[in-house]
Design a protein around this ligand. Sequence first.
Ligand SMILES: Cc1cc2nc3c(=O)[nH]c(=O)nc-3n(C[C@H](O)[C@H](O)[C@H](O)COP(=O)(O)OP(=O)(O)OC[C@H]3O[C@@H](n4cnc5c(N)ncnc54)[C@H](O)[C@@H]3O)c2cc1C
Length: 534
Amino acid sequence: MNEHSIRDVVIVGGGTAGWMTAAAFSRFLNNGYTRVTLVESEEIGIIGVGEATIPPIIRYNQIIGLNENQFLAETNGTIKLGIEFVDWGGLGERYIHPFGNYGQDLQGVHFHQLYLRERKRRVMPDISAWSMSAVAAAMGRFARPSPDARSPVRELFYAFHFDAMLYAQLLRRLSESRGTKRIEGKVVDVSLRAEDGFVEAVTLADGRRIAGDLFIDCSGFRGLLIEEALETGYEHWNQWLPCDRAIAVPSALTGDPDPFTRATAHANGWQWRIPLQHRMGNGLVYSSAYQDDDSAERELLASLEGAPLADPRRLQFVTGRRRQTWNRNVVSLGLSSGFIEPLESTSIHLIQTGIARLIALFPDKRFNPVERDEYNRQMRELYEDVRDFIVLHYKATKRDDSEFWNRCRTMDVPESLMRKVELFQAKGRLFRDNFELFSNTSWVAVCLGQHIVPEEHEPAADALDEDAIAEALEQIRRGYWETAQQLPTHAEFLRRCAPAQFAAPQAPPRQAGDMPFFSFSEESPFPRDTGSPV
Ligand SMILES: Cc1cc2nc3c(=O)[nH]c(=O)nc-3n(C[C@H](O)[C@H](O)[C@H](O)COP(=O)(O)OP(=O)(O)OC[C@H]3O[C@@H](n4cnc5c(N)ncnc54)[C@H](O)[C@@H]3O)c2cc1C
């Protein structure tokens, strides 16, 4: 510590973003010097609908010292092995976007290239038969991945569904037990320093003033500091992402929870179905240009499998990103930094990676612009990568049954996406750029699932012996199928996560050079996938 070190960090907002930040800071800024204060307003409340995640959340929970069984029990959490997409490529069609990899690369050739080649010779099952996570999801089975390198169970990649309100409460208890100070109150004013426009303090409705060196804006869509005080600006993406409304409603479970999310395309948007231990989370995401709120609500309620458990909640959003996620001494995390839409469950991950990158580039009171610029560059690239992948789902469709789908099918898409799709369409090639979140598996799943089928495979796949490929493919497929059959059912797995088995939450021991939370390669759900063809 020195005279430039940040002393007071003020987090404004106590939703998923605020408490995830506080929990991570309570571990990584636990230096006896930096003080972390979180201000939230119960009167305003939290959005609380983020219920589906992607695999790096496992790492976040480990790093902050959350026992996974305790987490599942206390958040009514379930396992997620991927997303089943229904009616996206065309009406009556379905495919799964699984976590993990497809099969195994052979002699430096990507598995999907071997699959494409073999598919020219004979009728093949869907590529999901070569994903351990997809096979287990279809059977409703799960076990934690085995450390045994020879077992196909190690190919099971997973994330969670959970109750976001309960998760925020769990993180709050953890953070407060490690010294985070929580202040209940409504921020009514933000004061800026005259000399440089940096935020100096926030003032609460009761007159209390909370000063800080670094402010984290987790105040939700409104962006109390980043936008209302600093006027950072917002880049709109509604020309590519047409939905701007959602209605959420929980319903009673009608059977055991499935270990996957379902996203069903509708005439003017899509519906999520997220099974938790105690209820089903449902929501319709739609475009107000094509559907009014009352008819969307009727459509959602009519589609529920079980009785509704609460009144439907209507939400509005604007897709896009804040022009700078870090501006002066304010870093925005969560909905205040942008919103892409929940189709691939990426918002909580964007919070997680925003925290990780902030810790990796943590400033001092001099706020070196090079750190801020690097942070903004990384976050911009990440947001754009995620945006492109989501846009792909809307663009790659044969649906022509509504004005909404006609518009999506024929819209111009970002050049970065076009390039990727054209490369895949030609010879199934995919290249994963630095830190890009979605792996080759993800792109293959959505492209093949939504009719972007390569005209040819790449020449390298022809160098391998045909019969050897056929045999290897069959062995892998059978191995996954037989292994999945031996796994416990998802319901049985959840029963085994009984409260008696938790250990108290504990931070993992910190060692010199221990920076796993910052390791972007580890953040990837698909660590084996390098994006390189050889
Ligand atoms: C329809 C929909 C579905 C979604 N589904 C998913 C999903 O499946 N997976 C996923 O990863 N993400 C999902 N998300 C995103 C996810 O909900 C958010 O990323 C996450 O909840 C983070 O929200 P937040 O903490 O930024 O904001 P909020 O939850 O809105 O929290 C804002 C906080 O700021 C406080 N606050 C605001 N103003 C003031 C003030 N003046 N004074 C004091 N405090 C104030 C509030 O009290 C609250 O504590 C979804 C979002 C939407 C809209």
